[in-house]
Design a protein around this ligand. Structure first.
Ligand code: 7TS
Length: 421
């Protein structure tokens, strides 16, 4: 394997601390077969698999802790509350937020973006204002802004992308003006893999007085995040993409912004007192957490974050880059395959199309070899339209994937191409 990498001109750095075969032991699902073949899971951009420590945290919660939080004097309620709030502290430290109350639990990235669009947008946007997004956004970072622009009269503007799948920054500079009130931008594209220069975008947006939301759905699991260093106003992500459970996500927001925003939903926990004449809202973060939350989700997410911290995101990033470079070089050797998304800064995913073969056929036939990839528009229809294609096949890698798995994938892909000739 090392010889293979060297032959491809890929620098191999031995990392004593990282042993992929050892970490694979932590993920029970990676040991199952699919269609009598060992599972090769390359659909990590859609959702990641869960280490046993996360599964155990969920089982332990329901076995030993289950209780509603915040409003109980009894032992279990207090114990569950402690775990739930302790998870918030772990998330705060992980992304280096300044205050614990800047971490709001949501159902996921989608709900977090909707929360900002509806709460902040409805309160502070009006006609003459502009919201700036990019051509490579996930539908979750397009549709909420369309709805809110329709309601408020604000205008939605779009930063174009070039043939490599990179933002055209000159156009971004031109689109920015005093009218720009919100820039909502994806950190890493889920269909192209592009890593966007968000530091530049945040700095420029702040100069015209706009606030910036970063969609970190595809970055939280790949690169270290420091929201204070970034100076972003909001940062959102989903737990299930960073080896945690589904149904839990995070909205990070700067304290002063969250404090001046109206609630998104009404219900229990988000109030200090209720009367028919006047309801007084709770302080953040509770103001934005109406109703019984996903308690086990928060606890499971904290456990996933601790697991990732233990390996180290820098170690994860380096290994995933080796996987990406290896797979890219191998794919490029197949003349019928075209990679969509060739940014110089890319995360570990490859979107591709194959001459004369529909992506759905690629996905279906790879599945027969036990290989899970995603095919379709990946909830980024404007990206597909920009490249004049209906869909792509997408292989997305996590740190538990191996070079051997990539070899099996490449061989299977070559077989499929021959079949369609
Ligand atoms: N933003 C980006 C960049 C995403 O990749 C996704 C999910 C979302 C937002 C929404 O996340 P959710 O957890 O709230 O649904 N992306 C994908 C994908 O690429 N394939 O399946 C889901």
């Amino acid at each position: 394997m090392e010889k293979d990498l060297k032959a491809l001109g890929i620098k191999v750095e031995k990392k004593k601390e990282f042993d992929v075969y050892l970490v694979r032991q932590d993920f029970p699902i990676l040991h199952r077969t699919v269609r009598d073949k060992p599972l090769i899971y390359f659909d990590n951009a859609a959702t990641t698999q869960k280490p046993k420590i996360v599964i155990d945290a969920l089982v332990n919660y329901y076995t030993n802790l289950n209780s509603n939080i915040h409003r109980g004097v009894h032992y279990l309620s207090q114990a569950a509350t402690t775990e739930y709030e302790c998870a918030r502290r772990i998330i705060k430290t992980f992304i280096n937020a300044k205050h614990e109350e800047e971490i709001i639990y949501t159902r996921g990235a989608t709900e977090a973006i909707n929360l900002v669009a509806f709460s902040y947008g409805e309160a502070f946007l009006s006609e003459d204002d502009e919201v700036l997004i990019s051509h490579m956004e996930h539908h979750s970072n397009i549709v909420p802004w369309q709805i809110i622009c329709e309601k408020t009269g604000a205008k939605l503007k779009v930063i174009p992308i070039d043939d490599k799948g990179e933002l055209i920054l000159d156009e971004f500079d031109k689109l920015l003006s005093e009218r720009t009130k919100i820039v909502s931008i994806v950190h890493i594209s889920n269909s192209l893999g592009t890593i966007n220069p968000i530091e530049y975008i945040i700095e420029k947006a702040h100069k015209v007085g706009a606030i910036v939301l970063v969609d970190g759905s595809q970055s939280i699991q790949h690169v270290p995040i420091d929201v204070q260093r970034l100076d972003c106003d909001f940062f959102v992500f989903s737990g299930h993409k960073i080896y945690g459970p589904t149904g839990i996500g995070v909205l990070y927001g700067k304290k002063d912004l969250l404090e001046k925003m109206p609630p998104y939903q009404g219900g229990g926990d988000m109030i200090l007192s209720v009367s028919f004449e006047k309801t007084i809202y709770n302080v953040i973060p509770h103001k934005f957490e109406a109703g019984t939350p996903n308690i086990e989700g928060a606890i499971g997410l904290a456990s996933a974050i601790r697991y990732v911290q233990n390996i180290g995101l820098d170690v994860i990033y380096d290994y995933e880059m080796e996987l990406l470079n290896y797979a890219t070089e191998k794919i490029k050797q197949i003349p019928e395959v075209k990679i969509i998304g060739n940014s110089k800064n890319k995360a570990s995913l490859i979107s591709f199309v194959v001459e004369n073969v529909h992506p759905h056929d690629i996905g279906t036939l790879l599945d027969r070899d036990g290989i899970a990839v995603r095919t379709g528009h990946h909830c980024t229809e404007p990206v597909m339209r920009r490249f004049g294609i209906p869909a792509t096949s997408r292989a997305s890698f996590a740190f538990y994937n191996t070079f051997e798995e990539i070899d099996v994938f490449i061989n299977s892909l070559k077989k499929i191409i021959v079949k369609f000739k």
